[in-house]
Write a new protein. Sequence first.
Length: 257
Amino acid sequence: MKLDEIKISKAIIESYNNKLINALDVDVAIVGAGPAGMVCGYYLAKAGKKVVLFERKLSVGGGMWGGGIMFNEIVVQDKAKRLLDEFGIKSRCYEKGYYLADSIESVSTICSKAVKAGLKIFNLISAEDVMVRNKRVAGLVLNWSAVEIAKLHVDPVTMRAKFVVDATGHPAEVARIIERKSGIRLNTRTGKTMGEQSMWADVGEDTIVKNSKEVCAGLYACGMCANAVFGGPRMGPVFGGMLLAGEKVAKDLIKKL
């Protein structure tokens, strides 16, 4: 059989077009494909919810790929080890309460399991704005990341979601858009994003789970974004809290859906 370049192009364009159209009206839209966002998507998809995830970069995984200072090992504390086990990620005990895992295996396995559970991931797409209806976050405004990077004047498209999850990490991009443009008061002490504090792993790992919750009507924060919104320390290359945060938000949304 001879390969026809036009058929190859048509197959890609038609398939992606159908996938994107199907993603324009969903139960949950997640922004940011770090470990918290992907774990959240995994549990939602596993529960039969229609969930999509938009990632600005070419690759998923956020900061997990690089471990600590580009040493591709991550640490997970004992209370989160069960999530490594559930995903089938190999781990080994370093000292009591500290488990090591290969960051490459961790990211690739979480991504694979989430996609196989039914999560649809769209990379190279940025959420440049939100759709707000009656003071509630009701969807996202999307554009190609290349348009954003090149600062081209190209109009975006809009998608609808019953809930949006901000899993954009340190920048807390969706929450900051809402704060800046919508006039909605956030569920924080100040009504605005609080900003993350300096590194304190022990406190940060607890607060990241507690802070992964509703930011305002229709919007949840998940993972490091939650500490940036509600004011908590960063944790560094310990990732148990990220995994637990994704699980927590998914369970909260499953109840509401």
